[in-house]
Design a binder for this molecule. Structure first.
Ligand code: 3HC
Length: 710
C-alpha cells in the first residue's frame, strides 16, 4: 500500500493519506500529496478533489523526527522553500480541492488543509497549531493562512497556546466550511461536487485583510505579546509565532511567509525545541517497559477503594471519581472522613468557580465516592490504594488487613512516597499483587504517577497500572523500589543544596525566585510550605531511627527546627514564609529564617557570604543530574528520559529544558562532572561524581545514546 493513494469516485479524485498511526507528514507523504494533486488536476475524469486521511485521523502534523535532520538554521530555511512552494502548487489547483478532516488536523496537517480551497470536518474532529509546544512555530504557511481564514485574534491564540480547537468552534471561526454529519467521505464528495458545479475556488492566501481589521490585529498582537511576557517567560517560540503573524499583517502574504520561514528555521534548531521534542517522545516511551510486552494481559479496573482520607487519599479518590470509577474512601472514624470529604467538596467548589465543572457534574462525580469506616465492600473492588500516614508499621498493618479483606486478584497499591514496598508486599501475603502508586500532590491535579515495581510485583499488575494511569489522566512511569523511588530520591539532593545555600547566605526568597525564573512553578521553600514541612521532618526522624539519612553530606537543622516550632507551612500559617492565616496562600518573608540559618551556619563553622543566582541554579541542577545518573546506573529508572518525564510532570521542572537529565546534557556532561569535582574540593567528599557520568564523559557519549548532544 502506498503512503498516498489515488482513486476517482463519482468524478471526484479522492486522495487518501495512509501513513499509520497518525498520517504524519514524512518527506514521502509530502511528495505523495503533491504528485496526487497534480495528477488530479490533469485527470479528465475528475471535476474536484478530496484529500482525506486513512485510519483514525486526518494528519497529526509534520513528522517530528525529521526535525532532527535539520542541523542548521540555513539548512532549515532552504528546505522550507520546497514545502512552501508545494503548498502554493496545491492551492493553485484548478479544480476545487477539499480537505475532509476527522480525528486531528494538527500543525502541518492543518496547514495542508489551509492550502486546500475548502475544509469539511466531522463534528468530533479537532484542528490546531500545536507547534509552540514543540518549541517551533507553524512552518508551512500557518502563520499566514490561518489569520486570513480565522482572523488574527484566533490565529494568534491558536499559534501561541497550541491548544486544539473542536470542529464546531473552528466552523464558527471560518476555519472549517462545513461540519459533516454521517459519512465524512460521502459528505466531502457532495460538497466538492457542488463547488465544482459552481466553479468555486477559494485560495486562503488571497483572502484580503481589510485595513481596519489589520489595525485591530496589530493591537491584538501587542496584547498577546504582553500576556506572553508573563506566561511564557524564558520561551522563544510563542513570541516568534506572534512575530510571524504580525509580519504577514504588515507586509502581506509573501513577505510574511518569508519571515515565517526565517523564524521557523531559528526555532527548530534551538535548545528549547530540541528539549520539547525530546519530552514529546520521552512521554510516549515511558509506556514501553522492556520486559513487559505490549500483549501482557491486563485487568479492567471497575471499582476502587482508597484507605486514608487525608490530603493525598482524598485527592486520589477524586482522581478515580473524575475518571468515572466508583471508589470507596475509608478512614478510621467519621470525623476524619468528614474532614476529608469537606476538603474534596471545597476542591470541587474551586473547579466549579472556574467554570470547569457544573454543579450537576460535581454532584454526579462526588456521588461516585462512598465514605466508609469499615472494610465492607472491599471484597468487590479491583484495586485498593493505601494512603495512610507515611509510617512503616502502620502501612504494614494496613497491608496485612488488606490481604484478608480483598479478593485474591485485587491489586494492592501503596501511595507511599519513600518506603520499601517489598515490606508491604510481605505483610499482605500476596506480594505479586502489591505495587507502588505514588501520586504527587495535589493528587487530582499533578499528572505523574510513579508505578513502583516490587521484587515480586507481577507483570500483569504493572501492565494494568500503566493502562490505569492513562485512564486516570496520568502519565505512569515505572520505577524501581529504592528509598524515595526516583522522584523523591533525587529531590533529597535538590533540597539538601537548597538548605545548604540558605545557611551559606542565600535567602529563602532569593532561592525561590531564582528557581521560578528558571521555570519551576514554585521554588523549593514555597513547595515545602505547600506539601508540609512535617512530612519531610517525619521521614527524617524515621530514617534517623534506622541510622540512615536521605542524602549524603551535612543535614541542615533549619527545617527540623521549624517542625519543632509547629511551623508546618501554609496549613499552620507559617513555615519558610509567614502567611496571613492558616491555609492562606498570601505570604511574606520571615526574618526568623535568616536568624535560624545564621545560627546553624555558625554551628557548622560556615562563613556566610553573598550567593550568586547562577550558583543556586548550578548547585541544584548539578545535584539533581548527578543523583539522576546514579538512579539510572542502579537501574531504578529505565531511561534518562523517564527521569525527565518524572520531573516535568511530578514537579513542573521546566519543559523547555527537557528535564533535569536533558538539561545536564545541554549544559554538557563534562561541565557537570567538572562542577561536581569542584564542589568536592570546596565542600567535601560527600560530593562524588556519579560513575555513569564519569564513564560517559571519558567515552565522549551522552545519556541518550551516541554521541553526546551537541
Ligand atoms: N510525528 C511523528 N510521530 C508522531 C507524530 C508526529 N507529528 N504524532 C504522533 N506521533 C507518533 C507518536 O510518537 C506515537 O508513536 P509510538 O506509538 O511509536 O509511541 C504514535 O504516533 C501515536 O501517538 P500518541 O501515542 O500520541 O497517540 P494519541 O492517540 O494519544 O495522540 C495525537 C494522537 C493527538 C495526534 C498526538 O500524537 C499528538 O499530539 N501528536 C503531535 C501533534 C503535533 O505536535 N503536530 C505538530 C507537529 S510539528 C509541525 O507540524 C510543523 C509544521 O508546522 C511544519
Amino acid at each position: 500500500m502506498a503512503l498516498v493513494n489515488y482513486a476517482v469516485t463519482d468524478r471526484v479524485a479522492v486522495i487518501t493519506i495512509d501513513n499509520p498511526p497518525v498520517n504524519a507528514l514524512s518527506p514521502a507523504v509530502w511528495d505523495g500529496i503533491d504528485q496526487a494533486v497534480q495528477r488530479a488536476v490533469a485527470d479528465r475524469e475528475a471535476d474536484a478533489i478530496v484529500l482525506i486521511g486513512a485510519g483514525s485521523t486526518f494528519i497529526a502534523g509534520a513528522d517530528i523526527k525529521v526535525f532532527d535532520t535539520l542541523k542548521t538554521k540555513a539548512d532549515s530555511f532552504a528546505r522550507s522553500a520546497g514545502t512552501h512552494a508545494l503548498l502554493r502548487r496545491m492551492e493553485d489547483a484548478t479544480r476545487p480541492l477539499v480537505a475532509a478532516i476527522h480525528g486531528n488536523a494538527l500543525g502541518g496537517g492543518l496547514e495542508v488543509a489551509q492550502a486546500c480551497h475548502f475544509r469539511v470536518a466531522t463534528k468530533d474532529a479537532k484542528v490546531g497549531q500545536p507547534e509552540v509546544l514543540l518549541g517551533i512555530i507553524p512552518g508551512a504557511g500557518g502563520t499566514q493562512r490561518l489569520p486570513r481564514l480565522a482572523g488574527a485574534k484566533m490565529a494568534l491564540e491558536m499559534a501561541t497556546d497550541g491548544k486544539p480547537v473542536p470542529a464546531p468552534k473552528a466552523h464558527a471561526a471560518g476555519i472549517i466550511d462545513q461540519v459533516v454529519d454521517g459519512d465524512l467521505l460521502a459528505g466531502a464528495i457532495v460538497f466538492a461536487k457542488a463547488k465544482a458545479a459552481r466553479g468555486e475556488i477559494r485560495k486562503s492566501r488571497e483572502i484580503p485583510i481589510p485595513p481596519d481589521a489589520a489595525a485591530a490585529a496589530l493591537a491584538a498582537a501587542d496584547a498577546v505579546r504582553a500576556s506572553l511576557r508573563k506566561t511564557a517567560r524564558g520561551l522563544r517560540a510563542p513570541f516568534a509565532a506572534v512575530d510571524a503573524i504580525e509580519a504577514g499583517l504588515r507586509h502581506g502574504f509573501d513577505k510574511g511567509s518569508e519571515r515565517e520561514r526565517e523564524l521557523f528555521a531559528e526555532c527548530v534548531v534551538s535548545t528549547e525545541s530540541k528539549a520539547l521534542r525530546h519530552l514529546f517522545f520521552a512521554e510516549r516511551e515511558v509506556a514501553k517497559v522492556p520486559d513487559i510486552p505490549k500483549d501482557t494481559p491486563t485487568r479492567e479496573i471497575k471499582r476502587a477503594a482508597v484507605v486514608g482520607a487525608g490530603t493525598m487519599g482524598g485527592g486520589i479518590a477524586m482522581t478515580y471519581a473524575n475518571a468515572g470509577i466508583p471508589v470507596l474512601l475509608k478512614d478510621v472514624d467519621q470525623a476524619a472522613l468528614d474532614r476529608g470529604l469537606a476538603t474534596i467538596r471545597a476542591n470541587y467548589g474551586v473547579t466549579m468557580s472556574k467554570g470547569k465543572m457544573t454543579e450537576e457534574q460535581v454532584e454526579k462525580t462526588m456521588g461516585l465516592i462512598t465514605p466508609t469506616t469499615s472494610y465492607d465492600g472491599f471484597d468487590r473492588v479491583d484495586i485498593v490504594v493505601e494512603a495512610v500516614f507515611e509510617n512503616m508499621e502502620l502501612k504494614k498493618a494496613t497491608f496485612a488487613e488488606l490481604g484478608k479483606v480483598t479478593r485474591a486478584d485485587c491489586i494492592l497499591a501503596s501511595n507511599s512516597s519513600t518506603l520499601d514496598i517489598d515490606e508491604f508486599a510481605k505483610a499482605s501475603g500476596r506480594p505479586a499483587q502489591v505495587v507502588g502508586h505514588h501520586f504527587f500532590s495535589p493528587a487530582n491535579v499533578m499528572k505523574l504517577l510513579e508505578i513502583v515495581r516490587g521484587r515480586e510485583t507481577s507483570k500483569e499488575v504493572i501492565a494494568t497500572s500503566l493502562k490505569l494511569a492513562k485512564k486516570l489522566g496520568k502519565v505512569g512511569v515505572v520505577v524501581g523500589n529504592c528509598f524515595g523511588f526516583v522522584a523523591n530520591r533525587m529531590l533529597a539532593y535538590y533540597m539538601r543544596e537548597a538548605y545548604l545555600l540558605l545557611e551559606e547566605g542565600a535567602s529563602v526568597e532569593q532561592i525561590d525566585r531564582v528557581l521560578t525564573e528558571f521555570g519551576m512553578p514554585v521554588g523549593p521553600f514555597g513547595m515545602q510550605d505547600i506539601a508540609g514541612i512535617d512530612v519531610g521532618a517525619r521521614i527524617r526522624q524515621y530514617l534517623a531511627s534506622i541510622g540512615q539519612s536521605r542524602a549524603e553530606g551535612p543535614q541542615s537543622a533549619v527545617p527540623d527546627r521549624l517542625f519543632a516550632m509547629g511551623r508546618y507551612g501554609q496549613k499552620t500559617g507559617a513555615g519558610w514564609y509567614k502567611y496571613d492565616a492558616p491555609g492562606s496562600r498570601n505570604r511574606t518573608p520571615d526574618p526568623l529564617i535568616d536568624q535560624l540559618a545564621r545560627e546553624e551556619a555558625a554551628k557548622r563553622g560556615v562563613t556566610r557570604r553573598e550567593v550568586r543566582d547562577e550558583e543556586i541554579i548550578e548547585r541544584i541542577t548539578t545535584a539533581l543530574a548527578n543523583e539522576g545518573a546514579r538512579v539510572l546506573e542502579d537501574g531504578y529508572a529505565t531511561r534518562a528520559g523517564d527521569i525527565d518525564v518524572i520531573y516535568a510532570y511530578g514537579f513542573g521542572f521546566p519543559r523547555h529544558t527537557g528535564g533535569p537529565m536533558f538539561y545536564a546534557e545541554t549544559v554538557g556532561l563534562d561541565t557537570v562532572l567538572a562542577r561536581v569535582k569542584a564542589y568536592r574540593a570546596r565542600f567535601g567528599d560527600y560530593w562524588q561524581p556519579a560513575p555513569l557520568i564519569e564513564r560517559l564523559v571519558a567515552e565522549g557519549r551522552g545519556l541518550y545514546g551516541e554521541p553526546a548532544l551537541a
